[in-house]
Write a protein that binds this ligand. Structure first.
Ligand code: ATP
Ligand code: MG
Length: 392
């Protein structure tokens, strides 16, 4: 029955002079999301609102689930349009609407009319009263409740008349592309995809980097990261995924540094390389999936040691989350099933039995100093052999 959607957006509403930028970005993101759906749609911005009109037959569930993946939408209201062919026609359509949308009519309702077109012969109050009467005549089992109705039937009189009552929650947040770009350190784990999703939700475009260590990590481990990037891209749009071959760097560190410091030193090199790519690709920050105390490399001391090698801000949206909450979020955004596939990621190969939990930055620096110029060459080679996959 529905032929269109009214898109409600929350925070964009308060952006003052820049509001149009946010609205335009949202329109772009909606168009992008709907491209993958069955059916053709027109997205328009009219009267400070965004409407999605179906211009062909379409798959309703498919369209709703695509819109539910767009950041910046607070609510999706499926609508019916009627051309204004007199009040009787409107009354008939409303009765038909309720008949179809609410098979169980043991419900209270309220009509909320808005007359944006002032030359309509009835004013809002009159529309409410008259339509209320028509509905009660058709469905005597329904009753009016103006304070707390089960069904709030919105009638908007514009050039056409719009009818809607269902409100489907959107994700909230800001449209991707309104907040600059950041580089996500994406591993095959549970945490980093969720971290990227959370930052993207605030309007930030995401690129990603994965440190691959063949043959210690398999092609399947790499494919798993590509699959995770694809899951995140369903919300964020295309992700440029940089695959960095980390094997020689890892082996060299393994060879030269105390094993209990391996993870920290490796993490410092990951951050350095990620920052280098980030700066070259106009990213304004790095994103990781770290959370205080989750593992040895994520204590306050360890975080301080990994953080000190970069100048760009490092966003760690999961920093105060318990694992349970991260898992719940990864289930919600549909990355969990992929994240728990068993393929090893590069850190699990080279983990020490007893990694330091309180690394001393001065000692770490000293051991890194032993890596001499050779490490710079290895880093340069890793950067030169960066493989970029555009994940959609
Ligand atoms: P995740 O579940 O995201 O893998 P984790 O709990 O396994 O995180 P660590 O392995 O300590 O934690 O990694 C901390 C963060 O460092 C990750 O969230 C991710 O952002 C980044 N990271 C770790 N390994 C890699 C890798 N191989 N490639 C890219 N980023 C990585
Ligand atoms: Mg991990």
């Amino acid at each position: 029955m529905f032929t269109a959607f009214l898109i409600k957006y929350a925070e964009i509403g308060v952006k003052g002079k820049n509001r149009y930028l946010f609205e335009n970005a949202l329109v772009q993101q909606i168009k992008y999301a709907l491209k993958k759906c069955d059916g053709e749609f027109a997205v328009r911005k009219t009267d400070g609102r965004i409407y999605v009109d179906a211009v062909s037959d379409f798959d309703y569930e498919d369209a709703v689930s695509a819109l539910q993946k767009v950041f910046g939408i607070s609510a999706i209201c499926p609508m019916v349009y009627v051309e204004d062919e007199g009040f009787d026609k409107l009354g008939k359509t409303v009765v038909e609407y309720i008949g179809k949308v609410y098979p169980d009519r043991n419900k209270s309702f309220k009509v909320a009319a808005r007359r944006a077109r002032k030359n309509y012969p009835l004013n809002s109050m009159e529309i409410n009263m008259e339509l209320g009467g028509v509905i009660l005549d058709a469905y005597p089992e329904m009753h009016v409740d103006v304070h707390n109705p089960d069904i709030l039937l919105n009638i908007e009189v514009r050039d056409n008349i719009y009818i809607y009552s269902e409100i489907i929650a959107g994700l909230g947040g800001m449209p991707v592309g309104t907040g600059g770009k950041a580089m996500l350190l994406l591993s095959g784990g549970i945490d980093s995809p969720v971290a990227g999703w959370m930052i993207a939700k605030r309007g930030v475009k995401i690129d990603a980097v994965y440190f691959h260590a063949p043959p210690y990590t398999s092609e399947r481990a790499k494919q798993k990261v590509v699959d995770l990037a694809r899951k995140v891209a369903a919300y964020t749009g295309p992700i440029y995924l940089h695959i960095i071959n980390f094997t020689d760097i890892q082996l060299y560190i393994y060879d030269k540094c105390p094993h209990d410091e391996l993870t920290i030193i490796m993490r410092r090199y990951m951050m350095r390389i990620a920052e280098h790519i980030a700066k070259e690709t106009e990213c304004l920050g790095l994103i990781t999936g770290e959370s205080i105390g989750q593992v040895a490399s994520q204590t306050m001391h360890s975080l301080m040691a990994t953080n000190e090698v970069c100048n760009l801000p490092v966003y760690r949206p999961l920093i105060g989350f318990d694992k349970m909450d991260i898992v719940a979020l990864s289930e919600k955004i549909d990355t969990y099933e992929t994240s728990i596939l068993p393929y090893e990621d590069c850190c699990t190969i080279f983990v020490a039995k007893h990694p330091v939990t309180k690394p001393n930055v001065n000692i770490i620096r000293k051991h890194e100093h032993n890596l001499d110029e050779k490490i710079d060459e290895l880093v340069q080679t890793a950067l030169d052999t960066d493989e970029v996959i555009i994940v959609k």
